[in-house]
Design a protein around this ligand. Structure first.
Ligand code: PGA
Length: 253
C-alpha cells in the first residue's frame, strides 16, 4: 500500500522562537494521537530552522523536509543551498517546483528536473509540485499543463528513481486563496497523473507513487479530499502554521 503523507510547507513564516514552539506543539500532539503506520508526517520549515527540526525529529514521529534546493552541486552560488548540505543534516525530503518558485523566481521544468537529480543523488526524496493557474483552468488546459510539468520535470528518471518521488498537485488558483479544488476536481487530475505514470512506467510503479493535493487544504475539507482513491494526502500551507489544524489534517485519513 502506498504511503499517506501530510507535509507542512511553512513557507517564509515564523521567527526562531515561534518555530521552536510550533515544532514542540506538533511533537506533543503527535504523541497524543494514534496514527496508522502508513501515515507519514513531514514538516518543511525555512532553511535556518532545519537543524532544530531535524534534532526534534530524532525523538518524534515526523520527518523533515526543505522547501527548495539548488540545481547546482556546489560552488559560487551566493545564497543557495545544495542537496549535499541538506543530506549532511539528515534532511529526508525537499519540495521542488512549488508554484511560488515558478512564479517569483521563474523556475522552469528543466530546472525542476535538475533539482530532482541533485536530490536523488543525495538520497533525498523530492516532493515535486505541479498545477495550473486560473486562466489555464478556465481555458480547459489543466491537463496539458500538468502533463508538460510531469513529463519535463520527472520523466527523464528511471523507474527506481521515480519511486523515490512524491508528487503534489497544487492548482495555483487554490493556493492561499481559500478556494479549494472540489474532491472531484482533485481526483480527476490525480487519476490523470497516475495514468501518465502508468503509461510511461507501468501500472505497478504508478500504484506506488503518493500523489498529494495542495491548495487551501484545511481541517474542514481534508477528509473529503483524502477520501478519493488517488489522493494520498496533502501539502499544507496556511493550515500547517497551527499545530491543532495541522494535526487535524494528519488525522483526516
Ligand atoms: P495553502 O498552500 O495551503 O496555504 O493554500 C499550499 C501550498 O502552497 O503548498
Amino acid at each position: 500500500m502506498r504511503k499517506h503523507i501530510v507535509a507542512g510547507n511553512w513557507k517564509m513564516n515564523k521567527t526562531f522562537e515561534e518555530a521552536d514552539e510550533l515544532i514542540s506543539n506538533i511533537m506533543d500532539k503527535l504523541e497524543e494521537v494514534e496514527l496508522d503506520r502508513n501515515t507519514q508526517v513531514i514538516i518543511c520549515p525555512p532553511f535556518p530552522y532545519l537543524e532544530m527540526a531535524s534534532d526534534f525529529s530524532d525523538d518524534s514521529y515526523f520527518m523533515v523536509g526543505a522547501q527548495d534546493v539548488s540545481e547546482h552541486e556546489s560552488g559560487a552560488y551566493t545564497g543557495e543551498i545544495s542537496a549535499a548540505m541538506l543530506a549532511s543534516m539528515n534532511i529526508e525530503y525537499c519540495i521542488v517546483g512549488h508554484s511560488e518558485r515558478r512564479a517569483y523566481h521563474h523556475e522552469t521544468d528543466e530546472q525542476v528536473a535538475r533539482k530532482v537529480d541533485q536530490l536523488l543523488k543525495n538520497e533525498i526524496r523530492p516532493i515535486v509540485c505541479c498545477g495550473e493557474v486560473l486562466e489555464e483552468r478556465e481555458a480547459g488546459k489543466q491537463f496539458d499543463v500538468v502533463r508538460r510539468q510531469i513529463n519535463d520535470g520527472l520523466f527523464h528518471l528511471d523507474a527506481e528513481q521515480l519511486k523515490q518521488v512524491v508528487i503534489a498537485y497544487e492548482p495555483v488558483w487554490a493556493i492561499g486563496t481559500g478556494k479549494t479544488a472540489t474532491p472531484e476536481q482533485a481526483q480527476e487530475i490525480h487519476a490523470f497523473i497516475r495514468g501518465l505514470i502508468a503509461e510511461k512506467y507501468g501500472d505497478k510503479v504508478a500504484k506506488e507513487i503518493s500523489i498529494l493535493y495542495g491548495g487551501s487544504c484545511k481541517p474542514g475539507n481534508a477528509k473529503e479530499l483524502f477520501a478519493n482513491p488517488d489522493v494520498d494526502g496533502g501539502l499544507i500551507g496556511g493550515a500547517c502554521l497551527k499545530a491543532e489544524d495541522f494535526l487535524a489534517i494528519v488525522q483526516a485519513f
